[in-house]
Structures are given as C-alpha cells and as structure tokens.
Design a protein around this ligand. Structure first.
Ligand code: F6R
Length: 242
C-alpha cells in the first residue's frame, strides 16, 4: 500500500486528483470507479479546475459509481446520480452515455444489480476505484458484517442510517429503505484502489482498517488484501497510522 499524507483537505483533494488525472492522461478511455459523499468533493473540484485549464480531457473516459438509493429518481437532489451530475459530470466534457450509476428507479432492483455487473464486465473492469470510508469502516453501502464475496447487490439500510439520512428529506417516510451497491468483490476486482480520508473523526477507523485484522466487522480492512491500494489522507485522518 502507498500512503500520501497531505497537510489538509485541500492538499488531500489535490493529491487524489493528481492520481486520477494520471489515469486519464495515460489511458484516455480509463474506467473510473467513483464515489459520492463529502470526502471526494474537493477532488472533483480540482479535476474540474484542471479540465477548465485545458489539462484534462474526459471525452473518452468511462465511469461507474459505487452505489445509489432504491426509489430515488436521478433528478432527486439526494440521489447519487444527481450528486455526480452536479459535482462532476455537468462540468466536464464526459459523454453522458459513458457515465454509469445504478438505476435506483429500476422496477426490479435485483435485475438491475445483474445488469450493473455486466456493465462493469463489458467495460473491461475498473482501472481505478475511488473510495471514501464510513466511520464504521463501510465502503460503498457494504456495512459491517456483510459478506466479502458479493458483487453488486441490494442492501437494506440500517435504522441508524435511515435516521441519519432523515434530515435530508421532508419526512422520515421519504427516506430510502434500500440501496444498490457494488459489493466488496466488485470493488476488489478494480485494478487500483484510491482511498480518500479526511479529518480527525476518521483516524480510529483508518487505523483499524489498515493495521487491524481483516474481518467483515471492518469492511475496509479487506483492502489490505488488494495488491494496489493508494491511501491519500490529511494529517488528521492519518494521525494514528503514522
Ligand atoms: C459513497 C459511499 C460511502 C461513502 C462513505 C464516506 O458513494 O458509498 O461509502 O464513501 O460513507 O462518506 P464521507 O466521504 O461523506 O465521509
């Protein structure tokens, strides 16, 4: 595993964007595995900035996102499709047809998972998968205790996640109860994995994930078994690892 320590969130974002850029430059039709959440937002902004300066060309890039809520339309401001459009896709010259996010509105979510696995296979696999990490070590929507050997699948969200998400919706009833997520197996098949972490609140889980035992209770710990992981974090998030 390679570790890059940045002074702060901005530095982390810039270093992570450097690594993604290298893929786009060296292989213009790279398959980028992308994540939502607060951590990679600055990385996306940096990529947009370099695109605007003429340093990056996304015209041949293909993307595949980690996850999506079941029941949220792409136009819903809490959907992950909406997040990707507003945080990256709408601001660069990527072909919309080359961007993939699980379809949360699919009539048959199980069939959508199979379709999504095939999309990833048809693209020849993922060149670099960007991952944020939850405070409990989750990656994608793979929560503690989930099996390591799954590809894309439907998950029931825990009560605590539903509760935490409630603030983003008009009422608790509107909060999605299920999500579609790439499984650990899909994530581990990416040729390179870029983990981004920021802030002191992630320090304990970063330590557990990368120096503790590889156990389903800490989903991100499986990354210790991947041959090409790059961990980019700010000093605060990496403080207990170094
Ligand atoms: C995002 C995702 C999640 C987040 C994780 C960390 O697509 O699947 O696993 O990466 O919850 O979120 P932040 O970056 O907000 O701390």
């Amino acid at each position: 595993m390679k570790i890059y320590v940045a002074d702060d969130y901005k530095g982390m974002s810039r270093k992570a964007a450097n690594i993604v850029s290298a893929h786009v430059i060296l292989k213009p039709n790279s398959v980028l595995g992308l994540a939502t959440g607060s951590t990679p937002v600055g990385m996306y902004q940096q990529l947009i900035d370099w695109y605007n300066k003429g340093d990056l060309d996304f015209s041949q890039v293909r993307t595949v996102n980690l996850d999506e809520y079941v029941g949220l339309a792409p136009t819903h401001d809490q959907s992950y499709r909406y997040f990707m459009q507003t945080n990256l896709f709408d601001h660069v010259n990527i072909d919309p047809a080359s961007t993939n996010v699980p379809n949360g509105m699919a009539a048959d979510p199980e069939a959508e998972c199979l379709r999504y696995n095939q999309v990833i296979r048809d693209m020849g696999g993922i060149d670099i998968q960007v991952l944020g990490m939850g405070h409990n070590g989750h990656i994608g929507f793979n929560e503690p205790g989930h099996a390591f050997e799954l590809e894309t699948h439907v998950v029931d969200l825990t009560e605590s996640t539903i509760e935490a998400n409630a603030r983003f919706f008009a009422s608790r009833e509107e909060v999605p109860r299920r999500a579609i997520t790439m499984g650990i197996k899909s994530i581990m098949q990416a040729r390179q994995i870029l983990v981004v972490v920021s802030g002191e609140s992630k320090a304990d889980i970063v330590k557990a994930a990368f120096t503790g035992p590889v156990v389903p209770e800490v989903p991100a710990s499986i990354l210790q078994m991947h041959p090409d992981v790059v961990l980019v974090g700010d000093k605060a998030a990496l403080s207990k690892l170094l």
